[in-house]
Design a binder for this molecule. Structure first.
Ligand code: SAM
Ligand code: SF4
Length: 330
């Protein structure tokens, strides 16, 4: 069944869905999780079949792009089956955001299963700092994961780096050099106030995209490209490299008017905006009316009316959204 697409009240077409497949993770990144986390009970999370049912119905309503995220998607048991299933839907773009730690074992199967693209998070190239930021992560495993993804034939692999003053801001030139030599795109992300953390003051640690750009500018010329993904990223290129350097500035509003995306938590809550709590409980519909695709699609279409015009984040580090990023699906 084809559909002309989901539209919201502001005329925006929603054709990009980010699905969180787990709230769990083998890392505990300081900006994303508390050290001691309580994860959702198994009965409260969507089964892989339920996730696939949601994905399939979004595709029938015009979704062209799906990203699997979490938590860490690769710790979800059966993830390869889900990738193979969604990989058969003929999407324009099928991507995953991962911390990379399980890529040495899984990169090849993911590629064969039909996944097109990988975003791999990498905040530091220094093993100690990497461990301090991720609390439980091992740098060499992630570097091996990046190599495995390249060997598996993934193209346009993108690194994601959350920049925090005093933690990894001095590594920006090294991370750029790393990306250049391996021909990987890299995007620098401003920390967002999602969930309450105790490790650092988000307001003080915030390293803005302007600041990151000026640090890179001391080493390389950066030219703004016209590439627009409908998301919060702005992309630049360097004259002597083919990689793109992106900047995600959630504190700026200039992308809300072009927003084409929604997110679904692993509890089956469809979130209409990263920075707002507007949501619809799709899991309740799935469980009360098993197999009723029609009703599910009606709920998806109706949900579009709840998509707010823009998000509201404060740059002082105040927590406005109590959900952690692992719940939201980054
Ligand atoms: N576990 C996977 C990973 O780390 O790539 C996927 C999920 S993670 C929540 C997705 C992205 O969100 C990662 O690049 C992570 O660095 C980023 N992230 C998490 N918490 C954040 C926050 N408070 N502000 C900005 N980015 C955040
Ligand atoms: Fe895990 Fe990703 Fe959150 Fe880090 S950012 S704790 S890797 S979900």
């Amino acid at each position: 069944m084809s559909h002309s697409g989901l539209k919201d009240r502001f005329g925006r077409t929603v054709n990009y869905v980010r699905l969180s497949v787990t709230d769990r993770c083998d890392f505990r990144c300081v900006y994303c999780m508390a050290e001691e986390m309580t994860f959702l009970p198994r009965d409260d999370i969507m089964s892989l079949e339920e996730i696939a049912q949601v994905a399939r119905n979004f595709v029938s309503l015009g979704t062209r792009k799906i990203r699997l995220t979490g938590g860490e998607p690769l710790v979800r048991r059966g993830i390869l089956d889900l990738v193979r299933e969604i990989g058969s839907y003929g999407l324009c773009d099928f991507a995953m955001t991962t911390n990379g730690s399980h890529l040495p074992a899984l990169a090849d199967e993911l590629r064969k299963g039909g996944l097109h693209r990988l975003n791999i998070s990498l905040d530091s190239l220094n093993a100690e700092k990497f461990h301090a930021i991720t609390r439980t992560g091992t740098l060499s495993q992630v570097l091996d994961g990046i190599d495995a993804a390249r060997e598996a034939g993934f193209e346009k692999i993108k690194l994601n780096t959350v920049v925090m003053k005093g933690r990894n801001d001095e590594e920006i030139p090294d991370l750029i050099a790393f990306a250049r030599t391996r021909n990987l795109d890299i995007t620098f992300i401003e920390e967002m106030p999602l969930g309450k953390i105790s490790e650092h003051d988000r307001g003080l640690a915030l390293c803005t995209s302007d600041e990151v750009r000026s640090i890179i500018g001391q080493h390389h010329e950066l030219k703004l490209t016209g590439d627009d993904t409908g998301g919060p990223a702005r992309y630049y290129r360097m004259p002597d490299s083919s990689i793109r350097v992106g900047f995600i500035s959630p504190h700026s509003h200039n992308f809300c008017s072009a927003c084409n995306r929604v997110r679904m938590t692993v509890e089956g809550r469809l979130l209409l905006c990263l920075g707002n709590e507007h949501s619809v409980d799709l899991l309740q519909i799935l469980r009360e009316h098993p197999g009723d695709d029609e009703l599910l699609r009606e709920a998806m279409i109706a949900a579009m009316d709840l998509k707010p015009e823009r998000h509201h984040f404060s740059s002082k580090g105040d927590v406005e959204i109590l959900r952690f990023m692992n719940m939201t699906g980054g």
